[in-house]
Every structure is written in structure tokens, then in C-alpha cells.
Design a protein around this ligand. Structure first.
Ligand code: FES
Ligand code: FES
Length: 153
């Protein structure tokens, strides 16, 4: 089937099986390889993207559900001006590996848009679906808090 949507503000049309995973369409058809595959089962958050502003695990989204929506990947976050979350991730050492960082940035950006002054607990909750198997979350939470002008905890 033909599926039309916008990806990072650009209209796109792809030909894919209805049940093809959004993750695969993004990586293989559109070459947005910043979206990563970790578990492939909706558990790790490495494949996080935003559809109409909501964070989703793209490994669980069949492409037919994407028709007519607006998708944002990490390539579209701060494409023109560095996003405050990305700047803070760099400044506070929250940018970790290339597998978890894209999803963490997108979840953090969504948190900042959805909650006007999120507490550290709310930040942690917003990032709860993005797992890191090797370091920790303190610097990431510090970075998101810093993007709001809060002092590191
Ligand atoms: S690859 Fe999608 S949640 Fe892990
Ligand atoms: S999974 Fe990315 S730093 Fe641990």
C-alpha cells in the first residue's frame, strides 16, 4: 500500500506492506538511521519517535497507522537550531551511546512540551520507557532539568 505522511516536516510517500514496522520504513526506506532498534519488542525505547507529538515505539507501529500523520525522528529534532535538550545533553554529559540517546532526547523534548515545569520525578517518569543498560540516568535527568534552567540535583 502507499502510505503518505510527513517526516520531520517533509511530505513522504512510501510503498510498503501494511504491517511493515514504522521503524523499518524509517531506517530502510527513508534512511533515518538515527532511530535505532534495540529489543524490537516495545521494551527499550531505542526506536522512540513522535507521531503527532506523542512518543511511540516505532518497532510496534504498523505503517498503515502512520498514514496522514506527522512523524518526528531524531534527525528532525534541532534540525535548524540545536534543541535545548540536545544542548543540555552535551553540556551535562547526558549524551550517552548512539543507541539510547536519540530516544532519550525525543522523550525529553516531549516531556518539556507536555509539562510546563516538570519535577525531577516527572522527568524520570517521562524517560522511564527509555532504557540504558550500561550507564545511569542521573546525568540525563540533570540535562533535562538544565534545559529548564534548573540546577543539577
Ligand atoms: S526496539 Fe522498539 S522498544 Fe526496543
Ligand atoms: S544503552 Fe546507551 S549508554 Fe547505555
Amino acid at each position: 500500500m502507499k502510505v503518505q505522511f510527513t517526516c520531520n516536516g517533509q511530505p513522504v510517500e512510501v510503498e510498503a506492506a501494511p504491517t511493515a514496522r514504522l521503524l523499518d520504513v524509517l531506517r530502510e526506506d527513508l534512511r533515518h538511521t538515527g532511530t535505532k532498534e534495540g529489543c524490537g519488542e516495545g521494551e527499550c525505547g531505542a526506536c522512540t519517535v513522535r507521531i503527532d507529538g506523542k512518543t511511540v515505539m516505532s518497532c510496534l507501529v504498523p505503517i498503515f497507522q502512520v498514514h496522514g500523520t506527522a512523524v518526528q525522528t531524531i534527525e528532525g529534532l534541532g534540525a535548524e537550531v540545536v534543541h535545548p535538550v540536545q544542548a543540555a545533553m552535551l553540556a551535562y554529559g547526558g549524551a550517552q551511546c548512539g543507541i539510547c540517546t536519540p530516544g532519550l532526547c525525543l522523550s525529553a523534548a516531549a516531556c518539556l512540551e507536555e509539562v510546563s515545569h516538570p519535577s525531577r520525578e516527572q522527568i524520570r517518569l517521562a524517560l522511564a520507557g527509555n532504557l540504558c543498560r550500561c550507564t545511569g540516568y542521573q546525568k540525563v535527568v540533570d540535562a533535562v532539568a538544565a534545559a529548564l534552567g534548573q540546577e543539577p540535583g
